[in-house]
Design a protein around this ligand. Structure first.
Ligand SMILES: [Fe+2]
Ligand SMILES: [Fe+2]
Length: 168
């Protein structure tokens, strides 16, 4: 990555990385070896590169990607009993991440960023992305998560349907 691009990328993500609430994602685990913070950074850097390459709105793609999993509480702590399958984390966290993003970063949100966050779980959430930037982020998210996606037996766990063995 060229230094100019790195500076440009960093200036886009800086206001989010300086936010205390966002920094708490260093402690939210996305999966065993990676925090939501690290995961979101990887997705945002990849989204920035793709968007830049194809001439899309790279700023919105970068911000949307960084906030795509900015849901309010770690899914592992979500011990409430879910009555309906569609209330499980895998289905609900995109909406939650949008609400939370609006709460902390209302000045950054635009219609593209909203669409990126709300639709990133496509096709699990069946409404398809509306903008090219949303497609970029939903694909980048799956690419970055590919180690998880390569193990279908782990899906229920990551969708928040099944708890890990060492959890109640
Ligand atoms: Fe997600
Ligand atoms: Fe993600």
């Amino acid at each position: 990555m060229r230094i100019y691009h790195f500076i440009e990328y960093y200036n886009i993500i800086k206001p989010i990385l300086e936010n205390k609430e966002f920094l708490k994602r260093k402690k939210f685990m996305h999966h065993e070896n990676e925090s939501v913070y690290e995961h979101s950074l990887k997705v945002s850097l990849l989204s920035y590169k793709i968007a830049k390459k194809i001439g899309a709105d790279y700023k919105s793609a970068t911000i949307g990607a960084l906030l795509h999993d900015f849901y309010s509480k770690p899914w592992q702590e979500d011990v409430e009993r879910k009555v309906y399958f569609f209330e499980m984390h895998g289905f609900t966290h995109a909406r939650d991440a949008y609400k939370n993003s609006k709460k902390y970063f209302s000045d950054l949100i635009n219609p593209r960023i909203k669409d990126i966050i709300v639709k990133h779980m496509f096709p699990l959430n069946p409404t398809p992305p509306k903008y090219v930037e949303s497609w970029i982020v939903t694909i980048a998210d799956k690419m970055v998560s590919s180690t998880v996606l390569l193990h279908p037996t782990q899906y229920p766990k990551y969708l928040g349907i099944k708890r890990r063995k060492n959890e109640k």
